[in-house]
Design a protein. Structure first.
Length: 366
């Protein structure tokens, strides 16, 4: 029978060959889900899918970070110094949300009591506070949230445990040959799916290629499963898929560690819930948004560098692959609720990324 110990801690052995997967309660308990929202999601770097809309004449762009879990009101701004910033979208007086729609104004004004802020977050005017001692202080400014970039992609973190560069390790070097600055968001390629499964199961499914021959027949024809491999980084991984169907390939230059390989795709995962999938045509982005212990939203974006290649190779069957993945992940959600299932083992060659993810989860909950 299932162990009903209410602790949220679990251990994953460092040797993938000997390790056991997490206990089934990791995917079914609301208290564990709530703990991971605070200890994993709130402390990690999160992709901002709205960031591309911060372009003239827009100077302030409100958004909610991870709606359904973090639900943090934030605003991207561009002040007169030209620097992009991420600020709290909550007034420092009585917590009114400042902005609901993109703004072209040169500042932020609270509609509750008239307090005004500059686009760099500094408080400028506070009606009713004349003569108040020790006012204003830095605590009355809008809090700035760390913001970093990877090519055209914007990331923010409410309480980062490390800088994004440390988060990525040498992964930046591996991706340096890709035409990141040439990528342009295709609004028609933005899609949303929802599924009845814990978000951890969706991430796990992404992190291993073992299921490809059994779940994704079209993708299996496009990639060389015999040479499929996973490379680990501090809080990231990349699955390297060789091409097998004669379609377009990524072309790492001389001196690159993957030079000479015919690559169908790089499948890049960033702890804990962001996927960047690089194909010869560009990049598809998956942002996993937990909605509850057994409900997940996945937001997709297409960033295109060469549109003529989108219907060829591993990146041409994304919608089909997504539906196949969702069906399987929802079946697994049913399975982890079974009283007869407790824990499993890892296929060492294929599930190194899953093992690394579980080690990070265990550390977050420790």
């Amino acid at each position: 029978m299932r162990d009903h110990n209410r602790a949220v801690r679990f251990d994953i052995a460092p040797d993938v060959r000997r390790a056991r997967t997490p206990p089934a309660w990791l995917y079914t308990r609301p208290d564990v889900h709530a703990a991971l929202v605070e200890r994993a999601l709130a402390r990690s770097w999160q992709f901002v899918p709205e960031a591309d809309a911060l372009a003239p004449p827009v100077r302030a762009l409100p958004f909610t970070l991870l709606p359904g879990s973090l639900d943090e009101p934030l605003v991207l701004t561009r002040a007169d110094d030209g620097k992009a910033r991420c600020l709290s979208n909550v007034c420092t007086h009585r917590a009114n949300v400042l902005l609901d729609e993109p703004s072209t104004a040169d500042g932020l004004r609270c509609g509750y009591h008239g307090r005004r802020f500059a686009l760099d977050g500094r408080i400028q005017h506070a009606p009713g506070f004349d003569g108040v001692p020790d006012f204003p202080t830095p605590a009355d400014d809008l809090r700035e949230v760390p913001l970093r970039r990877l090519g055209p992609f914007t990331f923010v973190s409410l309480a980062p445990e490390s800088d994004l560069d440390e988060h990525l390790g040498s992964l930046r070097e591996r991706l340096a040959f890709l035409p990141l600055e040439a990528l342009r968001l295709d609004p028609a390629g933005t899609l949303t799916f929802e599924l009845d499964a814990n978000w951890l199961l969706y991430v796990e499914n992404y992190l291993e290629g073992l299921h490809i021959p059994y779940v994704h027949p079209a993708l299996a024809r496009a990639v060389d499963f015999a040479t499929y491999e996973t490379v680990l980084y501090p809080r990231a991984s990349v699955q390297i898929a060789g091409a097998s169907d004669g379609g377009p390939t990524l072309q790492p230059p001389p001196g690159h560690q993957d030079h000479g390989r015919a690559l169908a795709a790089y499948y890049v995962w960033l702890w804990p819930n962001t996927m960047l999938n690089f194909y010869p045509w560009g990049c598809s982005v998956n942002i996993v948004q937990p909605l509850g212990v057994a409900r997940t939203r996945v937001l997709f974006q297409a960033w295109v560098a060469e549109d003529s290649l989108r219907r060829r190779g591993a990146g041409s069957v994304l919608d089909t692959v997504e539906l196949e993945d969702e069906a399987m992940v929802q079946r697994v959600q049913r399975g982890v609720r079974a009283r007869t299932y407790v824990r499993g083992r890892y296929a060492p060659r294929h599930e190194a990324g899953v093992h690394a993810f579980h080690r990070l989860l265990a550390a977050a909950l420790d």
